[in-house]
Design a protein around this ligand. Sequence first.
Ligand SMILES: [Zn+2]
Length: 71
Amino acid sequence: MNDDQRSNTTYTAPVGSIDMHAFDKDGAAYEIWPCHHCHPWHGEVVLDEGEVIVREWHAIGCPAFQELLED
Ligand SMILES: [Zn+2]
């Protein structure tokens, strides 16, 4: 994927976050790949009441982010 295809979601686009589990129910780690659809994507690992959570940040308008929110 080249930069032209994500030119609508620039590095300065407003971002939103979604919290993901860091492990599946068997304790295996999830793989986290950078978003191909927006530039501002980044992740944080946070501790929430003793549980490790992966917080992904995407541009608000990112189609992959919208898809995650619908799940
Ligand atoms: Zn994204």
